[in-house]
Design a protein around this ligand. Structure first.
Ligand SMILES: *[C@@H]1O[C@H](CO)[C@@H](O)[C@H](O)[C@H]1NC(C)=O
Ligand SMILES: *[C@@H]1O[C@H](CO)[C@@H](O)[C@H](O)[C@H]1NC(C)=O
Length: 312
């Protein structure tokens, strides 16, 4: 073989390859990473791409599987769709002309995180298996604070415990006082994986009896440091704190007592005034008889005054 024939063979080869590639160009393109929220719907977003020459491609087979599991989650074959509960096509009325073959997980759990494969056959070519993955995150619940002893008296040290459940991935709990100053926890925060694959975070803070602030806030942060929720504990500032209830009660009684005292003393005052005027008017009666009728008519102060003025 001379150089020319080798060259021609090579060209021929390239042309054939290009043709066959063009003909069989069927590809499933997926988002490389999908993110889902625990307890919500999530989607593995994939769409079938075909070469320009393919007019109105028709899908003959779709198989969605989770890696590590033999059972398919969704199979479309011979015009029939078979689904495992909790999985379906994201397109609500999907048909074999719809190139959007995204998989919808209706209620996302932690076990749904991982790698998936998708296999597609069309009437104009087949795809190799395409891979995609799902990452599941979960928001932490509002934390709760409990404390020992149950009554905070400021006469003994107190241990506050904060915990928050239901989050993923591992987050953080932090303590703040009323001035928003961050307090390091007394012991290392514990992160425990619960049965549902979510984290339970707990943290303790010891308060020394002589330096107890009036407010402590426990804040839960997600794995990327975003604040998710918080709870605040208010500590009554009296030393004898048996009495938060009692204080409330006495507050109420003082609300009732105050007006009673004011009205009572007003009445007593009026009565006293009356008594004094009566006495004086009696004295006047004797001295100035002309005033008698006026004074008798009423015990009114002004009337009496008139009378007095008249006689003065
Ligand atoms: C596929 O369909 C779903 C549901 O209608 C939609 O949310 C998604 O964006 C579509 N994906 C593409 C790549 O078009
Ligand atoms: C953490 O919280 C921030 C702010 O709320 C949010 O933008 C981010 O997506 C969250 N990260 C995770 C892993 O949940």
């Amino acid at each position: 073989m001379n150089m020319a024939s080798v060259g021609i063979l090579f060209l021929f080869f390239i042309v054939i390859r290009a043709q066959s590639e063009g003909k069989n160009f069927v590809k499933v393109e997926c988002k490389t990473e999908n993110v889902g929220q625990y307890g919500q719907q999530s989607m593995l977003d994939c769409v079938v791409k075909t070469s320009e020459e393919v007019k109105e491609p028709k899908i003959t087979v779709v198989t969605w599987k989770k890696k590590g599991s033999e059972d398919a989650l969704l199979v479309f074959h011979k015009g029939k769709t078979t689904l495992r509960p909790g999985y379906k096509f994201a397109e609500s009325s999907w048909n074999d002309r719809n190139m959007n073959i995204s998989l919808l997980i209706t209620n996302t759990m932690m076990v749904n995180s991982g790698d998936y494969t998708c296999l597609v056959f069309t009437d104009s070519g087949d795809d190799e298996e395409t891979e995609t993955s799902l990452r599941v995150t979960a928001k932490y619940n509002k934390p709760t604070i409990s404390f020992i002893p149950e009554n905070i008296t400021r006469r003994e040290d107190v241990i506050l415990s904060c915990s928050s459940v239901g989050g993923y991935p591992e987050g953080q709990l932090r303590w703040f006082d009323e001035h928003n100053k961050n307090w390091p926890a007394s012991s290392e925060m514990e992160a425990e994986l619960t049965n549902d694959g979510l984290f339970k975070l707990s943290s303790k803070l010891t308060l020394l009896k002589n330096s107890i602030f009036s407010k402590y806030t426990c804040v839960v942060f997600n794995s990327s440091g975003g604040k998710e929720d918080e709870v605040t504990l208010e500590i009554p500032d009296t030393a004898a704190s048996e009495g938060q209830e009692q204080r409330k009660v006495s507050d109420q009684t003082s609300k009732i007592v105050a007006p009673v005292v004011v009205i009572g003393s007003l009445i007593v005052g009026l009565l006293l005034a009356l008594l004094i005027y009566r006495r004086r008017s009696q004295r006047h009666h004797r001295e100035v008889p002309t005033c008698e009728s006026d004074a008798e008519q009423g015990d009114h102060v002004e009337m009496y005054k008139e009378c007095e003025d008249g006689t003065a």
